[in-house]
Design a protein around this ligand. Sequence first.
Ligand code: BYC
Length: 471
Amino acid sequence: MSIDYQERIPNNVNLADDRRLQRALEKWQPGYQQWWAELGPTGSASTDVYLRTAISVDPGGWANYGYVRMPEYRWGIFLSPPEEGRQVNFGAHKGDPAWQEVPGEYRAELRRLIVTQGDTEPASVEQQRHLGLTCPSLYDLRNLFQVNVEEGRHLWAMVYLLHAHFGRDGREEAEAMLERHSGDPDKPRILHAFNEATPDWLSFFMFTFFTDRDGKYQLASLAESGLDPLSRTCRFMLTEEAHHMFVGETGVQRVVQRACELMKEHRTDDVRRYGAIDLPTIQRYLNFHFSVSVDLFGQELSTNAANYFTMGLKGRFRETRIEDDHLLENSMYQVPEIRGEKVVFTEQSALTAVNERLRDDYIRDCQRGVDKWNRTIRDAGIDFELILPHRAFHRNIGTFADIKATPDGRIVTEAEWDHHHADWLPTEDDKAHVVSLMAAVTEPGKMASWIAPPAKGINGQPREFEYVRFN
Ligand code: BYC
């Protein structure tokens, strides 16, 4: 499954054999490049960046590292190898051979899922576009650019499906991906979290930890799809996604570590005056990013989600490893609801609860990362614990959208919320402090004051390696 880089659009789908599709994608390509030049990473046009590029989709051997002039990055179309004899593994078509073409009766639903997924990818590039100007180190700048080019490629992955399988309306949807923009009041991105600003690097690390992790769980559910090309493209996207979450997890960990070092050194909790970010501020950023990311799983009970499942379009996380009938017609699942001032869990149809089940899988995974950050704090001998807020906290979608809840899940009045929310969400003062620390550090091996160095470099290179060259 090696990738053909001789083509204008690198690919492993024999694009040259389908001239119509190739021409259609080549027509979309300049619009994409223009979008990248206008709304992609600021100041990256004349940089050479030590990036990994996919050279094959075979496990283990796909990444090639080397300097790439950013605008010359070769975005392409890469699908994981087909699995012989693959079937639809859940829902009403369970046991049928996986579809190589879109079933006519599910066209609208599939298009909607692919468009929603695709829309998030350029959105995140837009959100992160100014961060390069304030990178805490060359190592971090390189990671930002790596994330950005891969999100760009993930847009290509969805655009390929739209062009290859949805004819004219697919092409129109592909155009529209470049017309909606993050935070645009007239043409915003589809999902709320992708219209939020990412104005500083703490937000970036939180985003890549929490929001990219939603990407992991959504892609994993789509990788279960009965539509084989969708499954195969999501499987390859997941291999790239892992690095994005690594950037987030280690990024936050390094900010926490730096705060702890300064707390110990100066015997104070107030590390702001030593140019770092204090732990309570980190907690408030965590609360914000977790809550907007749990919204991305949709409503607790969703007929959309039930339909996607029954139709065989979007499964559960690791569907084939779950031991049940994969039909869910008679199964139940625990779902939260509001009872008076409390949140209680009641049994509901597992079919309508698939969004909630995915959210549960996600929350468990987030907790694992938070535990690691707490280990850093404990190892420093500091008495403080970062806590993942309750799922009812600060929600905009679903059961909890109309109430106010504390981070520990107590439902409170508007008045109590107004009185306390500055303790729970980043304040203007927090944001101003974090933004005040953002200044570019571009000397190889040097780090900004508010972040510890990484444990190791990229691809075995030393930390002081020149990960980005400015021309
Ligand atoms: N914001 O029945 P429900 C990633 C809408 S991230 C705005 O629960 P459903 C990445 C919903 O559309 C992964 N609207 O919906 C990360 C529906 O609208 P209608 C992205 C929302 O369909 C970082 C209504 O509310 N991929 O890859 O079951 C960097 C009722 O809701 C939101 C996907 O999302 C929201 N948060 O679930 C780069 C996968 N939530 O029908 C990339 C594809 C719900 O009333 N998408 N609504 O008009 C899906 O599977 C589903 O669309 C959702 C929503 C899970 C998002």
